[in-house]
Design a protein around this ligand. Structure first.
Ligand code: ATP
Length: 339
């Protein structure tokens, strides 16, 4: 039995959570992989009700679970996810971008993963006002964190069994100290892994190549801010944020969430695409499978992804990817096929 903490979030978060619970319950009832799900509050609604975006009780419950699923939260996102990443040392942010059939994607042969460093860069929040007209931000990059993320990128490349190429993305021609250290550290680590090809690319060239030849990438490793921006771009290249899952992984714990935010513009309308969150469940199952040496998790993860693949192939889609199904109708299609 896996104890899963579920942060239901803001905006479209509760609708996506309803889908996620329905899918997990189906897996529990029909596929024999057992879960206990605990719904938790964090984000704008928690801030309003309790005065804290990440209440202590939520944090404690997350810590006690085997893994956490987090729906998107609103304006207080930094106080929730950036804190959780730091407190739980979830240093690797894994964001796959893959073409599914029948999608508004640039090509149908895209299958890449962005591995984003999650603990450093401008996200440490070290910003200062010099005076009322000038503010500065400190950008911290360390060789230890850079090597650690490069090592994780190599692990992903090895598991994917594709080209086994890791592209280190940086801007060391401008940020000579920080990104210079990042690329040197990554290169040292990646070259230690035999069978993996090291490649490097400036972030502007990478942004362009993600559109010009997205099929040429295997695994991209990059710093926190560049990873954030490039993964939104990569999601759009394969058809939109509605299909984009993510994992935040540490040595002992992991949290899974969609790449996108709370999307208040479509909240409550039952038109959100739950695939981003359901594919995040697939990533969670793979991580649980790896951590616990549980083959059943891998089997169900594979089934979950092939179910979504099959559904969209048959033109059953939500509005964002060119269909007319509601969030609930789309979820029902998944559930009936899984069962
Ligand atoms: P943030 O700044 O926190 O990333 P945001 O609200 O600016 O969040 P997103 O929520 O990431 O932006 O997404 C941008 C737009 O993409 C949304 O406004 C919405 O229209 C669309 N979108 C995002 N996620 C989904 C989804 N799951 N299903 C359908 N459309 C989505």
């Amino acid at each position: 039995m896996y104890n899963i903490s579920l942060i239901t979030g803001d905006g479209i978060g509760p609708e996506l959570s309803e889908s996620a619970i329905a899918v997990l319950e189906t897996i529990h009832d029909k596929l024999g992989l057992k879960f206990s799900i605990k719904k938790l509050q964090a984000g704008d609604s928690a801030l309003k009700q309790t005065g804290k975006a990440l209440p202590e009780e939520t944090l404690e419950s997350v810590k006690q679970s085997h893994a956490c699923l987090k729906a998107p939260v609103g304006e207080s996102a930094a106080d929730v996810i950036v804190r959780l990443r730091r407190i739980l040392d979830l240093y690797a942010n894994i964001r796959p971008a893959k073409s599914y059939p029948n999608m508004p994607a640039l090509r149908d042969d895209i299958d890449l993963v962005i591995v984003r460093e999650n603990t450093e860069d401008l996200y440490t929040g070290d910003e200062f006002d010099i005076d009322e007209n000038i503010s500065v931000a400190l950008r911290k990059i360390s060789s230890q964190a850079s090597k650690r993320i490069a090592k994780y990128a190599c692990l992903i490349a090895e598991q994917r069994n594709q080209e086994k190429k890791v592209t280190c993305v940086h801007k060391s021609n401008v940020m000579r100290k920080t990104d210079g250290l990042f690329v040197r550290s990554c290169e040292e680590e990646i070259r230690n892994h035999s069978g993996i090809t090291f490649e490097q690319m400036y972030v502007d060239a990478c942004a362009m190549n993600l559109i010009r030849q997205p099929q040429s990438f295997d695994v991209i490793v990059t710093t926190n801010l560049f990873g954030d921006i490039l993964s939104d771009e990569a999601a759009q290249v394969v058809g939109g944020l509605g299909m984009a899952p993510a994992a935040n992984i540490g040595d002992n714990f992991a949290l899974f969430e969609p790449v996108h935010g709370a999307a208040f513009d479509i909240a409550g309308k039952q038109i959100a695409n739950p695939s981003s969150f359901i594919l995040s469940i697939k990533m969670m199952l793979e991580w649980l499978g790896m951590k616990n040496n549980d083959k059943k998790c891998f089997d169900v993860a594979g089934k979950l992804e092939s179910t979504i693949y099959d559904i969209v192939k048959h033109g059953i889609k939500t509005k964002d990817i060119g269909g007319d199904k509601t969030t609930r109708e789309f979820t029902k299609e998944i559930i009936s096929r899984l069962a």
